[in-house]
Design a protein around this ligand. Structure first.
Ligand SMILES: Nc1ncnc2c1ncn2[C@@H]1O[C@H](COP(=O)(O)OP(=O)(O)OP(=O)(O)O)[C@@H](O)[C@H]1O
Length: 265
């Protein structure tokens, strides 16, 4: 029986390894149902790695990961079942370019349900309306602005009514106006549909207004957990360095993106 009182996500003393080295360790995290949690941290700190443990893509090297009271399974059949309850909005949208917006949104419904066509059409119309794009169903991705395409991808992630939504950098490539639209949409959908949302982002100042909780990852661990107000008030040196975007401080920035000569300086 599912435990209806369990947090949406619960991690206990989790260690996550990638490429033979530990990326995150000692991770304890509880995400309450109904909340919006911002996962913050510098580039390469392990935010996406943390998400991949929630979807079962990455098996923890130690500790346990639970979603809605159920340990994330390793067997593919059970994992696919769990994944239906997790909507994921990826950075690149992932819309299929030869399908219309409506057909993109219908795709998960066609793949995972046996609903008749008219019902699917009705559900697609409802999802389009939920993201404020009622009239865009027949447009192809190339005919959409970046913000509209992101909203179509959001509608598709919501197609199966997943109770947990995961957003990986939902603002990447969007201008400030489109960013504001997407963020307020994420907040409103969370409240109106009774979801739980986890947002991985670099966009601290755009995300905190819709978040109930924030966590900051740096140097292989969680260095802060609390409310956005507590985050803004924190005098922890790591947190301050991250919030101010300062290159010098206790966070060792990943310099792997620099040319070897420059990184050596
Ligand atoms: N498949 C992989 N194999 C080996 N190492 C990996 C793999 N994926 C990620 N890493 C390493 O794990 C670390 C964390 O990466 P991750 O993508 O989780 O960080 P991130 O915080 O999401 O970064 P960004 O904000 O730049 O997306 C990095 O050092 C990265 O190089």
């Amino acid at each position: 029986m599912p435990d209806v009182t369990a947090p949406a996500v619960l991690l206990r003393d989790v260690r996550l390894d990638r490429g033979g080295r530990s990326v995150l360790s000692g991770i304890d995290l509880s995400v309450p149902r109904g909340s919006v949690t911002a996962v913050l941290g510098p580039s390469g700190s392990g935010k996406s790695t943390l998400l991949s443990a929630l979807t079962g893509e990455l098996v923890p090297a130690a500790g346990t990961v639970e979603v809605f009271g159920q340990r994330v399974p390793t067997r593919m059949r059970e994992l696919l079942e769990l994944r239906k309850s997790i909507g994921v909005l990826l950075q690149g949208n992932g819309l299929l370019t030869d399908l219309t917006a409506g057909e993109n949104i219908a795709l998960p419904l066609r793949m995972h349900t046996k609903l008749p066509k008219p019902v699917i059409a009705r559900l697609v119309a409802m999802k389009l309306q939920a993201v404020g794009l009622r009239a865009a169903g027949d447009l192809y991705p190339r005919e959409l602005s970046g913000g509209m395409a992101r909203r179509v991808a959001l509608a598709r992630a919501l197609a199966l009514d997943p109770p947990l939504m995961i957003y990986d950098e939902p603002l990447t490539g969007l201008d400030p106006i489109a960013s504001g639209v997407i963020m307020s949409l994420i907040g409103r959908l969370n409240a109106s549909l009774g979801l739980t949302s986890i947002i991985v982002t670099h966009h601290v100042h755009e995300t905190l207004p819709v978040a109930d909780h924030a966590i900051v990852i740096a140097n292989g661990r969680i260095v802060f957990q609390g409310t956005p107000a507590e985050l803004e008030a924190s005098d922890d040196a790591l947190v301050r360095q991250f919030l101010r975007g300062e290159p010098d401080g206790p966070i060792a920035f990943d310099r792997g993106d620099l040319a070897p000569m420059e990184a050596a300086r």
